[in-house]
Design a protein around this ligand. Structure first.
Ligand code: 5GP
Ligand code: ZN
Length: 119
């Protein structure tokens, strides 16, 4: 069921502490941890503790937690001091856009330059 823990979901396991992660921030509704395969000096994933398959599904079901994820993305950028130069908040949505983990997550990328349009 949407919103409930999925036993086969990697990020649900990280939220539950069953898979280790380099956690940088935690709130009642969100967890932020460093990406295992960083694509920038700062590359942190911010996930809702509840399980939804992608960000729009989370937003439809729980606007408050969606806002929590975005606020925490900004806090991560500030803590890593990449907010002054600019950073990316990315929600890959669907396999064609590169989504590989089917638990909503924001990528926070910073500490280098970025091209537009993205690759
Ligand atoms: P997506 O491709 O779904 O947008 O993003 C999934 C991200 O999760 C990828 O950037 C990938 O490197 C990261 N990832 C996959 N497995 C793990 C893991 O076990 N731990 C951490 N910290 N990140 C992971
Ligand atoms: Zn999950």
């Amino acid at each position: 069921m949407a919103g409930e823990r999925q036993d086969d979901c990697l990020f649900c396991k990280i939220v539950a502490g069953e898979v280790p992660a380099d956690v940088v921030r935690e709130t009642g509704t969100t967890l932020a941890f460093r990406d295992i395969n960083p694509q920038a000096p700062t590359h942190v994933l911010v996930v809702p503790k509840v399980h939804y398959r992608d960000a729009p599904s989370l937003a439809a079901a729980d606007p408050q937690v969606t806002a929590d994820v975005l606020r925490e993305a900004g806090e991560v950028a500030a803590e890593d001091k990449v907010d002054g130069t600019g950073y990316r908040i990315v929600f890959n949505t669907g396999s064609g856009a590169g989504q590989t983990v089917w638990h909503a997550h924001a990528h926070v990328l910073g500490g280098r330059g970025f091209n537009w349009p993205p690759g």
